[in-house]
Write a protein that binds this ligand. Structure first.
Ligand SMILES: O=C(O)[C@H](O)[C@@H](O)[C@H](O)[C@H](O)COP(=O)(O)O
Length: 240
């Protein structure tokens, strides 16, 4: 694993750096493999990044967008990560509809939805065996409880290691989430973390010893690149 930590002066610098990093990986992926695959996170931090990506002139037909987690609500629900992303970015560019791979959230049973998304990922990446598909970039946020994607502290989702996608839960609200081993199969994982409220969780995630199930972002140890992008409010005093 190649781990880097960058502390940027403020949120706009954080977004600019994240954009630069993603565009560089996009260019390399398209040069080397003819396409770029990215899984997005929800929450508030990445929204200005999605707006910035939507302002770019890119080969949209070569770009495929997935979500690393989703709230288990209809795609027109105000809490939907897909809705936030479409409004901030996808509805503003001519990306083919077939290149947008939303999490199914209208199944009666969330476990069926997780299995359906997993099957879609396997078919898209043409991976049937034990090997996990490899996305070019998985973008993650981190909650102030050190959760990431929808892998919340002390939940069953943290124990799932043999699947790509599972059901997560934040208290009673159900989620669909990539599992941490699937996240760890990505070529690059980029964390975007901003705000002073994230400091205590970051200190635990970066501590030499702490409980992974209490601080789930510690489980993200990809074989490829791990890039932590922090604003100064979150990361200026972090011992890395
Ligand atoms: O669906 C979600 O909410 C996200 O995927 C979640 O993991 C988010 O990244 C963190 O909660 C940080 O959220 P903020 O960026 O709003 O702090």
């Amino acid at each position: 694993m190649n781990k880097t930590v960058e502390v940027l002066p403020d949120q706009s610098a954080l977004v600019a750096r994240a954009l630069e990093l993603i565009l560089s990986k996009l260019e390399t992926a398209i040069e080397q493999r003819g396409r770029f695959t990215i899984a997005l996170s929800g929450g508030s931090t990445p929204k200005p990044l999605y707006e910035a990506i939507g302002n770019q002139k890119l080969p949209w037909d070569k770009i495929h967008v997935f979500w690393g987690d989703e709230r288990y609500v209809p795609p027109d629900h105000p809490d939907s990560n897909e809705l936030m992303t479409r409004r901030a970015w996808l509805d503003r560019v001519d990306i083919p509809a077939a290149n947008i791979h939303p999490v199914p959230t209208l199944e009666a049973d969330p476990a069926q939805a997780a299995a359906k998304y997993e099957q879609h990922l396997k078919e898209f990446f043409n991976s049937s065996g034990a090997e996990f598909p490899v996305l070019d970039v998985i973008l993650l946020g981190m909650g102030d409880d050190a959760h990431t994607a929808s892998l919340f502290p002390h939940t069953e989702a943290l124990k799932v290691r043999d699947r790509l996608v599972t059901v997560g839960n934040k208290n009673e609200s159900l989620r669909i989430t990539f599992t941490y081993p699937f996240i760890n199969s990505a070529r690059s994982v980029i964390f975007l973390v901003a705000g002073v409220n994230k400091r205590p969780a970051l200190a635990q995630v970066f501590a030499p010893v702490a409980d992974d199930f209490t601080y789930p972002s510690r489980l993200i140890q990809p074989q490829g690149e791990l890039c932590w992008l922090l604003d100064a409010a979150a990361g200026s005093e972090l011992q890395t």
